[in-house]
Write a protein that binds this ligand. Structure first.
Ligand code: GDP
Ligand code: MG
Length: 178
């Protein structure tokens, strides 16, 4: 089950998608462990981590996070992770137009094959590298709005907007009626 729990404790399956090197694993490590490791290893296949977030209304949300590998040779495995996911976070690197294009590929893929009610976030990571920006916030925001996603820029390196990203997701989760 992708979403389960009682009214105060939610459990959600979340999948991260996006090109290799955009910072998916670093986002997860920052959120789960509060760390940034610039020498982190390339993800092989996919990895799983979970983290519980306590919200102000005393609800808790346990995120079950599937961090996928972005390489082409694993693309055929992606449906295993996004099928049944309640949330998909599609990540690109704000310094690379190519990764923004790849993000759009993943959005189309999700629109075709994921659960109809899936919550989708578009995340422009490496926001600390403003001087090398290749994708404008305006373009990304427009694309996100057109596709029913919410949009955020993060930096796993500085921790900017990492917790906020998961808080925004939590706000959008359907609450079981009690
Ligand atoms: P993944 O393939 O999408 O999982 O990407 P990784 O998390 O392995 O990160 C790829 C590279 O980008 C690594 O060298 C990270 O140190 C670097 N990186 C990740 N996030 C950031 C960030 O927010 N800012 C900067 N400057 N570098 C980052
Ligand atoms: Mg990775």
């Amino acid at each position: 089950d992708s979403m389960a729990a009682d009214s105060k404790n939610l459990r959600v399956k979340l999948v991260l998608l996006g090109d290799s090197g955009v910072g998916k694993s670093c986002i997860v490590l920052r959120f789960v462990r509060g760390q940034f490791d610039p020498t982190s290893k390339v993800t092989v296949g996919a990895s799983f981590l979970s983290q519980t977030l306590a919200l102000q209304d005393s609800t808790t949300v346990k995120f079950e996070i599937w961090d996928t590998a972005g390489q082409e040779r694993y693309a055929s495995l992606a449906p295993l992770y996004y099928r049944g996911a309640a949330v998909a976070v599609v990540v690109y690197d704000i310094t690379s137009l190519e990764t923004f294009r790849k993000a759009q590929y993943w959005v189309k893929e999700l629109q075709k094959h994921a659960s109809p009610g899936i919550i989708m976030a578009l995340v422009g990571n490496k926001a600390d590298l403003q001087a090398n920006r290749a994708v404008s916030s305006q373009d990304a925001l427009e694309y996100a709005e057109k596709n029913g996603m919410f949009y955020m820029e993060t930096s796993a390196k500085t921790a900017d907007n990492i917790n906020q990203l998961f808080e925004e997701i939590a706000k959008r989760l359907p609450r079981p009626s009690s």
